[in-house]
Unconditional design. Sequence first.
Length: 200
Amino acid sequence: MRALLAFVAAVLMGCGTTSTSAYVAAGEFPVCTAQSAGLGVVAVVPETAWRSDQKEPEERLAMASRALSRAFATFSCGSLAPPGGVRAFSPWSRSPEETVLHELSEAGVETAILVRIEELTPQILVTFSVPFLWFGASEVDFHIRVVHLPSRSVRLDAQIKRTTGGPFHLRPPAWAEEELVHALEQLWVAPSASASADRR
């Protein structure tokens, strides 16, 4: 029994390996650098696009909302003061993007950050072999567009996927919230500034 408890503790506490993949269609990151111009008044406009069989979507939405608030709490290259700020989740992509951007521009926003979160979940891959093996990970997958409204220039258009995990890992669903926080933070600042978040 003690051996089993020790094994479970080691599984839960073991360090995971973090990997981040990014498909960048336009622009580049990090967005905030010494050479980059400030983004001015910034509005963050989020939505979710869960798969049809997503478990506990309300819980995932609450996690995503907290993660966005945390990730933008120390945002340094733009102002989130009104009329900017992190907006409530809404299905903004049902409208033409130009309609959304025009409404934000008319309100006095200078940069729109459009975020569509598609995955925010633990993943478990089981291999039925000898020895029995499973791979557990926390995963976040999202699309982001950073648009400068006066010029309609795209500062960043990217699909980001970040996972942390490893063999014999058990990762609670709440840990996926941390993945979203760190993935967003690393879009604004150089990786070295948040490297400590890459192993847990």
